[in-house]
Design a binder for this molecule. Sequence first.
Ligand code: NAD
Ligand code: MG
Length: 299
Amino acid sequence: MSEQHLRKIDNPVNKYPKPPFKKQPQEVPGLASKMDPIPDHGEKSYRGSGRLQGRKALITGGDSGIGRAAAIAYAREGADVVINYLPEEQSDADEVLALILAEGRKGYAIPGDIRTEEFCKSLVEQAVEKLGGIDILVNNAGHQQAVDSILDISSEAFDTTLKTNVYAPFWITKAALPHLPEGASIIATSSVQAYDPSENLFDYAQTKAANVAFVKSLSKQLGPKGIRVNGVAPGPVWTPLQISGGQPQDAIVKFGEVTPLGRPGQPAELASIFVQLADSDASYATGQIYGAAGGGGHP
Ligand code: NAD
Ligand code: MG
């Protein structure tokens, strides 16, 4: 094998930044471009090999974090990609769109708030129209705010967490299903919080457990129809979600320290999992949750 085909072997412990990190509060939903260090979404590192040639993907929360890593990887694997995000994240979304287009793929950025069924329906309709269909659906957008006491969680805040993390995947999947062909793949982003909830993520953790049940139930319903449904359960990953209130700032300083690798994951380190679950090579994987937690967590 020639030198250029050899892949570097990385020590996962030293591969990426370790704590301590600077405190860096941002307003929700936060921008990846303003983080220090800037997360690695695979912009310079992800190399495709045609695994998703001709596929059509809709990714929510595709502007930043784990969703952006999936979007870049999907484009480099040959898929056309629609990303959804909130209007205030336009600058992050523009960066992702440019990377998708640079691969010679079709890429579309559709901003909008997924907390209403009306927008979720329209998002799916627009994605189907722009891509000529959908065969990969990644329900990845999420809302997380750490609050120490249940007494300080308002009904409005609880509702936002539930609408974003539980209702939106329901609405989007329901709207997309009539368009999904046999062989399509639905992917949820759950969390280690589904299995071992933190005391200060009372509402969020419940939604991530709901994401697991979504996968486990819907995979049974759709298996006979030839549609696979799987999920990813990340541990601590360096994204805007965490620094914009997902964790208290004191916890940002030592974010990821408790994992055996001693650091948070970077979104790029999860990209290949989203590719694997979308690829028809993984045709016997349905109803599964893939962990990516640096040595802790479940499943
Ligand atoms: P992120 O902030 O980069 O992505 C979350 C995205 O959700 C935002 O970019 C935003 O576009 C989208 N979003 C939030 N509210 C929305 C709304 N009302 N309408 C439309 N879009 C909305 O952070 P991330 O960590 O990459 O989060 C992606 C997923 O990963 C989430 O489901 C999160 O629960 C999950 N997760 C993250 C971690 C972690 O440590 N970062 C760990 C486990 C699970
Ligand atoms: Mg974002």
